[in-house]
Design a protein around this ligand. Structure first.
Ligand SMILES: [Zn+2]
Ligand SMILES: [Zn+2]
Length: 369
């Protein structure tokens, strides 16, 4: 029974005007949200362990105020609320972690408004905000790593604040690619250590298919092929917590569409800076270049880019319990065999380099590659 006269009905419910086109289907906003949420929930179904005493699995969701992680938060929260309101078991629960963005990119004022909006619109029992420099608290060996990794070019002054010490270390790294590379490693490490300390068994990252494809391509270019297994595939990370990428079946453009039909996200999300043609390509990091490339090409050939991330997800970790690993990124040292064997032997030029992998050595202060 057609409830109302519709000009262009939604192809799913046929009960509302269509608002969006996704994968050649014209959908209303609620059918669209259901379609996207289903793609995410099916990725996380393994965590739905039902216990009488509440959810067994605690997941950690890092939110950067970017589109992808905020959309993931919206999807998980909506599912949680729906389950609570109709008495269905949760299966898993999640903890939100915000690493204050102003302590990552020196943007000046803290993102208090965004954080308050997050607390107001998604009132979860567990939301934590920490600064990037709290890595000194969560990774006790950070001081030692900085000293070894920084080499003779870098001196750590432990009388300064942790914020200043981390800033000095990051400033000692010379190129845009290396800076982004080291920041990513430190952030990943901080999130993993936080997850362990707060009893979460998995981290659910908000990387879209486009982002994962860019990470796979950039990782190989940076000599980090061996760590692709946990940077782009679902599975155990070297820090003992699992990493999951539940947005892997969704393109960035689809997450932007989702954002456009969720008013609750508008005060939280910090929009991406539009790519400026004035920025010299040589000043962009490989990660940024690859992301631009994947987004441009993905708009034309989405299947090709989906294939990059899908193929990388099939890589098996080079597990070898006793093999020495990099003190900074936990990638394997030395020759790596198997399907992730992009990392090459690390020629120990000095005492410092022997504990860092090839990828990390390339980003070291003073290295200009
Ligand atoms: Zn509909
Ligand atoms: Zn490394």
């Amino acid at each position: 029974m057609p409830a109302k006269e519709l000009n262009k009905p939604c192809m799913d419910c046929k009960n509302a005007e269509f608002e969006l086109i996704v994968r050649q289907r014209q959908l209303c906003s609620s059918c669209f949200r259901r379609f996207i949420a289903h793609k995410v929930q099916s990725r996380l179904s393994v965590y739905r362990a039902f216990g009488l005493d509440g959810p067994r699995n605690q997941l950690l969701l890092p939110v950067s105020f970017g589109v992808s992680s905020s959309v993931l938060l919206h999807i998980l929260y909506a599912d949680r609320q729906a389950r609570l309101s109709n008495g269905r078991p949760l299966g898993y629960d999640f903890h939100i972690l915000v690493i204050e963005p102003s302590t990552v990119a020196a943007t000046g004022s803290p993102f208090d408004k965004n954080y308050k909006a997050l607390q107001k619109n998604f009132p979860m029992p567990a939301i934590t905000r920490i600064p990037f420099y709290s890595i000194f608290d969560y990774v006790p060996e950070m001081q030692e790593i900085m000293k070894e990794y920084g080499g003779p070019q870098f001196t750590d002054d432990s009388s300064r604040s942790n914020g200043e010490r981390l800033a000095a270390f990051r400033a000692s790294i010379s190129t845009a690619t290396s800076k982004t590379d080291i920041d990513t490693i430190l952030l990943t490490r901080l999130v993993a250590e936080f997850a362990k300390k707060s009893g979460c068994e998995s981290v659910i990252w908000g990387d879209s298919d486009s982002r994962l494809a860019a990470k796979a391509l950039a990782g190989v270019a940076k000599g980090r092929g061996a760590s692709l297994t946990w940077q782009v595939s679902d599975g155990i990370s070297p820090w003992g917590v699992r990493f999951e990428y539940p947005l892997r079946d969704l393109f960035k453009a689809e997450l932007l569409q989702y954002e456009s039909v969720c008013a609750e996200l508008s005060d939280i999300i910090v929009p991406d800076q539009p790519p400026s043609d004035n920025v010299l390509t040589k000043n962009l990091s490989i990660d940024e270049l690859m992301l631009r490339y994947v987004q441009n090409q993905g708009a034309k050939y989405p299947g090709v880019m989906a294939n990059v991330a899908r193929t990388a997800n099939k890589l098996n970790p080079s597990t070898s319990g006793s093999a020495p690993t990099c003190a900074l990124c936990a990638g394997l040292l030395g020759n790596v065999t198997g399907n992730s064997g992009v990392t090459v032997a690390n020629q120990a030029e000095d005492n410092h380099s022997s504990q860092f992998c090839y990828g990390c050595m390339r980003s070291r202060p003073g290295e200009l590659c």
